[in-house]
Write a protein that binds this ligand. Structure first.
Ligand SMILES: Nc1ncnc2c1ncn2[C@@H]1O[C@H](COP(=O)(O)OP(=O)(O)OP(=O)(O)O)[C@@H](O)[C@H]1O
Ligand SMILES: [Mg+2]
Length: 380
């Protein structure tokens, strides 16, 4: 590989040669008089290169024609290659991009501007596409270099890798989009709950009690989503509703199933369904008397790329059950809302010894490892 050499060395040499003229004030510490011999030119060059290579930022220089005549190790790492000196113009990377992914011609790059317009450019944003196809976003800080007579001799550029900053920005904008989405959906859900509760309530007092309980349940599901991140486990949704009814009697509440994480949409819909089942059990079923039991078991079946959550809600040791004469909000939620919102299917069996509900919920397929675009390249 060519040995990186350029006029930065001469600049360094010049500084070393004139160091005696520099006054020892403030932050300038003079070299102590030393009996040791002066380092040779080669040794000084070696120290200079180690100094630049130790910098975490990519640094390179070009002459006035834009030919790259020096780069440090961090620049080679950012470009993903060690191009021969003097071949490429304005940058050591053959492909540059604007932040939006469109090609950035080399003669419009920040380094070209700095040399052609003989001015420093600060914080110019762009991307480098490496030979392996990955992209590195950067901020460029090119500065023109002049000789002792003030003649432009080229420029030095520093590229700051901003991959991490970009990742955090992307994550934040995703969270804001998710928040808008959730607020819109929540308001629509509250509106629907209000309408349905009003239709199935006989008195204002009934309406008020049911509405407060339903909105309280929705709020608890949202709190789980806020506390635990963008997903909630199905077990936590059940506990969220049923824990309050566990009076300590044997087998009052039994929950058995694996850890299944649900997206916010699934969590909100299933949270409402579990709230209706719990309220019904407390009003009419097993949880309305001491000794009654609720047993919920669930599982996830994986078939090819499809995943399905199946759960069974089984009540026992409660009052005798018969086919109901009326259907209210709870039934409507199971029969229409769940199929419409999350394509779930629920069947209710009003068995004499206790209500049994069987529910099948399609889950999104697990993301495939190789389907993600992990190049970091912006869209084109
Ligand atoms: N766990 C249960 N045990 C016994 N009967 C039940 C149970 N759940 C529901 N039922 C019967 O089914 C009927 C319909 O339930 P649904 O939840 O649709 O309406 P609701 O509870 O009466 O009113 P709303 O849900 O609007 O408050 C109930 O009125 C009740 O008679
Ligand atoms: Mg009900």
């Amino acid at each position: 590989m060519d040995k990186p050499r350029g006029f930065l060395e001469s600049e360094f040499e010049r500084l070393v040669a004139t160091r005696d003229d520099v006054a020892a004030d403030g932050n300038v510490v003079p070299f102590p008089d030393s009996p040791r011999p002066e380092p040779t030119l080669r040794e000084r060059e070696r120290r200079f290169h180690s100094l630049l290579n130790a910098l975490p930022a990519a640094v390179y220089t070009t002459d006035t024609d834009g030919h790259v005549n020096y780069y440090n190790d961090a620049a080679a790492e950012l470009w993903g290659s060690r191009p021969p000196l003097g071949k490429l113009a304005w940058c050591g990377s053959p492909r540059l991009l604007w932040p939006d992914g469109t090609p950035l011609p080399h003669d419009q790059s920040p380094m070209a501007i700095a040399v052609k317009e003989n001015r420093a450019v600060r914080g110019f944003e762009g991307c480098t596409e490496r030979p392996d196809g990955t992209c590195v976003p950067w901020l460029a800080y090119p500065t023109p270099l002049h000789d002792e007579a003030g003649q432009l001799v080229g420029a030095v550029n520093m590229l700051v890798d901003i991959t991490e900053r970009k990742r955090i920005e992307e994550q934040q904008s995703l969270m804001v989009r998710e928040l808008h989405h959730r607020v819109k959906n929540t308001l629509a859900t509250v509106q629907a709950i209000m309408g349905s509760t009003a239709r199935s309530s006989e008195t204002i007092e009934d309406f008020k009690t049911a509405l407060i309980a339903r909105i309280g349940s929705l709020a608890r599901t949202h709190r789980l989503l806020t506390d635990d991140g963008p997903t909630v486990s199905f077990g936590d949704i059940l506990k969220n509703e049923l824990d309050a009814f566990d009076d300590g009697s044997e087998g009052r509440i039994t929950l058995t199933g694996p850890d299944v994480l649900l997206s916010s949409q699934l969590a909100v819909s299933l949270g409402m369904a579990v709230h209706e089942l719990t309220t019904n059990a407390a009003k009419f079923g097993a949880l309305s008397i001491y000794g009654g039991k609720v047993d919920v078991t669930w599982n996830v079946a994986i078939e090819k790329s499809r995943r399905t959550l199946t759960f069974d809600w089984v009540e026992s040791s409660g009052p005798a059950v018969s086919e109901p004469a009326r259907h209210g909000f709870g039934s409507r939620l199971l029969d229409f809302v769940l199929p419409g919102q999350i394509q779930a299917k629920a069947t209710v069996d009003y068995a004499r010894e206790g209500v049994r509900i069987h529910c099948v919920v399609p889950l999104p397929a697990e993301p495939e490892a190789d389907s993600a675009d992990d190049t970091g390249c912006p869209p084109r």
